[in-house]
Ligand binder design. Sequence first.
Ligand SMILES: NC(=O)c1ccc[n+]([C@@H]2O[C@H](COP(=O)([O-])OP(=O)(O)OC[C@H]3O[C@@H](n4cnc5c(N)ncnc54)[C@H](OP(=O)(O)O)[C@@H]3O)[C@@H](O)[C@H]2O)c1
Length: 331
Amino acid sequence: MSHVPSSSRYENTNYKRCGRSGIKLPPISLGFWYNFGGYDIFENCRAMVRRAFDLGITHFDLANNYGPPYGSAEENFGRILQKDLKPYRDELIISSKAGWDMWPGPYGNFGSRKYLIASLDQSLKRMGLDYVDIFYHHRPDPETPLEETMGALDYIVRSGRALYVGISQYKPEDTRQAANILRSLGTPLLIHQPNYNIFDRWIERGLLNVLDEEGIGCIVFSPLAQGILTDKYFKDIPKDSRAGKEHIPYFQSDRITEDVLKKVRKLNDLAKERNQSLAQMSLAWVLRQPVITSALIGASKVSQIDDAFGVLQNLNFSEDELRRIDEILST
Ligand SMILES: NC(=O)c1ccc[n+]([C@@H]2O[C@H](COP(=O)([O-])OP(=O)(O)OC[C@H]3O[C@@H](n4cnc5c(N)ncnc54)[C@H](OP(=O)(O)O)[C@@H]3O)[C@@H](O)[C@H]2O)c1
């Protein structure tokens, strides 16, 4: 039987306009990079998606290579849609991406027209969808002309495969150029997806200004620094954590040094003073930026989604709290 979502799911969330577009996004969105793939327990993935939707989280973010193995997150999401959320398709913003290595040979990576269109066709098939709401170029390609990549995004919208397009990890000047090309083709650039968190602030050095000036929305990934900005690593590396899972290749536990933990413990103390979890304070910290539309979290448990959603209880910072966060980082 299909899931019957909570009837109060839209009562506790203020949706924010994405740049100067017609689309609004929830303050917290859910990403499928890890924990929704072939190594994960399907019923747990399903429970997380159901809970997220019950809380008013309308945006689910995928990519061709999410899993592991590649493609498996989209397949699992397709199954969850089919079982639980099919009647609610028009209430959802579903995104996918291509840009990283996906299949062997010269046409399964980076930013060619051939790769992007073929990859999106594969993604649609895996998810059982006719279209995605947002399709992203996942990372800049230093070799393919920007005109070709943006031309492919424009074609993808015109052919009905996506409603809107985005880019990820593009630097400020390339973002402006991409926006100009897309505008000239008649397909506005809806959104940029960069990484941003208390530790990693590169978007403050130019990108946020460009997004503001160009009217482009911004959804930031890894707002919890992949889980480091929580209290989970204080004692040891739990086996069920991202750092403890052997099948997760891009997150080595040696990133969690004593120096990092010292800072995280101090941040945790400050979060307690604010009556928040550290995850909540870290999410409020990224959402304080007016240009940021949504914070894109990952989760491995339903309780983490509940915790993240609790950020909405306190999104404000005093000048003193912001200064103390900066001080902790600089010690
Ligand atoms: N565009 C890009 O290039 C790009 C790159 C990376 C990610 N993304 C997108 O951004 C999404 C989020 O990235 P991310 O997973 O790195 O984000 P993140 O929110 O910084 O990290 C997620 C991890 O933090 C932990 N966590 C989350 N909430 C928690 C809580 N309340 N308490 C304790 N731990 C908590 C979980 O770790 P455990 O698993 O250890 O429990 C979870 O897997 C991805 O799924 C993907 O959609 C995009």
